[in-house]
Design a protein around this ligand. Structure first.
Ligand code: NAD
Ligand code: UDP
Length: 338
């Protein structure tokens, strides 16, 4: 779908993707294999699933490993994409302690591996480091407005600490690091029961249920299609040197209500919008400044919300049809959270 695709030759490169069986990770593994790399996909399947990478299992250049990043990692690799971390608010808020320790201890283990192997390591940080931003849109220089003890802090502060660790391993030990600050991303392989807004709205619309708007729906987000994001992550990894964190996201901003209306339009549904309480500390606005990514990576998103939603809706439709037909092979079951 993207025209300006980055196509480095990764033949012979051994690359570890932690959290590789998750939503973003599964797309990243697929793209790295297309570019010729040998990929080790590591995951504890907390929010991800083997089903997301089922089609890769027969590829001789692909290995899937069940491993928790709380434990040290020992692999012969030249690059590490460190994604492992629950990313949806319902998951990280049900398991806050595991979330912050995954971010902090997992990052230490990824960095230690990078240091031992002299590998380059990329952290998937998040726009959540900006909290509920008082500066809009958000450039990388903005230091954020995070509640350090609210229900989102396990994720936000976990990622902030991970960024600190990446910068300190770079300064103190010379580890070759990269930091991506990812804004809301969506696409196929999102977990149906993940609770994030795009998957919730699409699943609700396809099931003929009312769409749940938290608060009045005036809060904004900027939605990036996953193939755009993956292209940006690979450009960042291949960039010559570390130049601080870089925002990766789509700078086109929508209210949550506008997103709901777009999903209704594209699914041809005439369903109700019902309002639910706004979660604590839910950011009121979010939009990336992507000047740095444009200048340093020659990257910007290409896929419009309408186009990306059409592809995502098509994928969810096929998943749900397969489920109804009894073929659960590609449906990503969510592990019980209690
Ligand atoms: P996801 O939940 O689909 O993927 C995360 C993966 O990490 C899952 O496969 C999960 O099983 C695995 N994981 C979790 N804890 C682990 C552990 N302790 N050990 C090993 N594996 C573990 O989420 P995603 O949207 O694909 O997010 C991937 C990364 O990108 C995360 O680091 C997230 O913080 C970051 N990110 C994503 C978005 C987004 O909108 N998708 C936005 C900002 C940042
Ligand atoms: N949201 C919503 N209805 C839902 C799920 C989420 O209105 O069914 C809202 C949520 O309150 C937030 C926005 O959509 O304002 C994005 O939520 P998501 O969980 O996808 O991501 P994040 O809050 O981490 O940006």
């Amino acid at each position: 779908m993207r025209q300006n695709m980055f196509t480095p030759d990764l033949a012979g490169k051994r690359i570890l993707v932690t959290g590789g069986a998750g939503f973003v990770g599964s797309h990243l593994c697929r793209r790295l294999l297309q570019l010729g790399a040998e990929v080790i996909c590591l995951d504890n399947f907390f929010t991800g699933s083997k089903a997301n990478v089922l089609d890769l299992l027969d590829n001789p250049k692909f290995d899937l490993v069940r491993h928790d990043v709380h434990q040290p990692m020992f692999y012969e690799v030249e690059q590490i994409y460190h994604l492992a971390c629950p990313a949806s608010p319902i998951h990280y808020q049900l398991h806050p302690v595991e979330t912050i320790t995954t971010s902090v201890v997992g990052s230490i283990n990824a960095l230690d591996l990078a240091m031992r192997k002299k590998a380059r390591v990329l952290l998937t940080s998040t726009s959540e480091v900006y909290g509920d931003p008082e500066v809009h849109p958000q450039p990388e220089t903005y230091r954020g407005h995070v509640n350090p003890n609210g229900p989102r802090a396990c994720y936000d502060e976990g990622k902030r600490c991970a960024e600190t660790l990446f910068c300190d391993y770079h300064r103190q030990y010379g580890v070759d690091v990269r930091i991506a600050r990812i804004f809301n991303t969506y696409g196929p392989n999102l977990n149906q029961a993940d609770g994030r807004v795009v998957s919730n709205f699409i699943v609700q619309a396809l099931r003929g249920e009312a769409l749940t708007i938290y608060g009045d729906g005036s809060q904004t987000r900027s939605f990036c299609y996953v193939t755009d994001l993956v292209d940006g992550l690979i450009r960042l990894m291949e960039m010559e040197r570390f130049a601080g964190p870089i925002n990766l996201g789509n700078p086109v901003e929508f209210t949550v209500k506008q997103l709901a209306e777009e999903v209704l339009k594209l699914t041809g549904s005439k369903l109700e919008l019902v309002h639910r309480p706004l979660p604590t500390d839910d950011p009121t606005q979010r939009r990336p400044v992507i000047r740095k990514a444009k200048e340093q990576l020659d990257w910007e998103p290409e896929i419009s919300l309408a186009l990306g939603l059409q592809a995502t809706i098509g994928w969810f439709r096929a998943q749900m049809a397969a489920e109804l037909g009894g073929d659960e092979g590609r449906v990503t079951p969510l592990r019980r959270l209690s």
